[in-house]
Write a protein that binds this ligand. Sequence first.
Ligand code: GLU
Length: 494
Amino acid sequence: DKGSPCGLGSGCSVRELLPVSVRVRLAPSPTGNLHIGTARTAVFNWLYARRHGGQFILRIEDTDRERSSPRYTRNILAGLAWLGLDWDEGPIYQSNRIARYQAVVQQLLDQGLAYRCYVSEAELEAMRAAQKAAGKAPRYDNRHRFLTEEQRRAYEAEGRQPVIRFKIEEPLEVSWVDLIRGPITWNTQDLGGDMVIARADGYPLYNLAVVVDDIDMGITHVIRGEDHIGNTPKQILLYRALGHEPPQFAHSPLILNPEGKKLSKRDGATSVAEFQQMGFLPEALKNYLALLSWSPPDGEEIFSLEKAATMFDFDRVNRAAARFDWDKLNWINSQYIKQLSPAELVERLTPFWQAAGFDLGSVPDPTWLEDVARLVAEGIDRLTEAPPLSRFLFQEPLSYSLPALEQLRLPGVAEAMAAMAATLAAAELPQPVSADSLKLLVEEVAKSQGMKKGLLLKSLRAALTGDLQGPDLMASFALLQRRGWALGRLEAVQ
Ligand code: GLU
């Protein structure tokens, strides 16, 4: 087709021939802490940007002055940084761009695509009540779309402050091919009438600001939660009114609790900060969030986001809502904990040990701390489980559980502990003391006392750790010996 500029057919445009670099954005509103759903949206945006060598932009949508707070902005930035979801541009604050939105609102007014609406709150309520009584869905009936200049002046004289509404022509079909959900069509009759784009105080509303920003920032793909599907037709109409092609849209499924309801505080945690406090590692949480609605082609469940970014695509994103599965998250977290080096483990555990009041400055040496970390890491899913498991290694005097006290009162146990203490005091142990060298001493005592090894070990655990359950006993014994606490504990229970 020689008639088209590119010679490839009439449908082509220069735009299609240029390699358009992917630009995506996360646009959280700072009206709450970084929500786990927003974090998952961030993961998808990050993966898509990295997959295509594109840019990931962070925009803080803080135009709702009553509900936004810098405290939440700080929490959102800290949560994303903790997760390592680094962004390439931003944060861009919508509150710095009000004049730009107002200019666009003015442009729409000048073009006759928007108008001033003076309907009062009471009138709106009466309208909705009448619609309800007639069994109709609530909507604005566009009553101020065609005000005469005279009517307008009369309202202004009354002191009414108008909102600005964008005209939505009806009936009209608005369609897009969602990268996750496939073709979607809305009828403009279902959009609730002409839409408010600026409040009476001149402040822009979400649908307007988001479109202006996505245009100005050259966003190519809007990846966000399914709860925004109903906004998309309105936004597409605004793109058209502003003379721009809409970006591609990908609406990801919501995250539900195991019962299929919206994830709420009652499910244990909803904000990223809470997951951090619960002892999840950021790399594990990211891995889990990616896996919540996506699976890599190789079927692996443990992967870094860098690796996932080499494979990520929307065709492997599930359309069905994701159910939050604590067991799976715990399991993934335990896998990451096991992969950490002893030094990394200490680093991750330190805040949790400190929060438990342990004095890390008084430990025998750095290797001792690493060995403690390794010992407890074997059996935990979350970092918060480490302090209770390692308390006996950090705090004197020991507190004993009831079963431990009962164990220590069994016949022959006090004598066995005395023999153990004497044997330990007399022993020439290789330095640093190992679990194996202590094992030999235990066997010696079992023999000399004529006590079953099982009974001796159980009693030894009660004496050394104050409990009947805990990490590997002989390794714990060695760590206590290196701290110089083992003998005292054996003597304390005689
Ligand atoms: N500020 C919106 C939100 O937090 C962003 C929606 C969007 O990504 O367009 O839900």
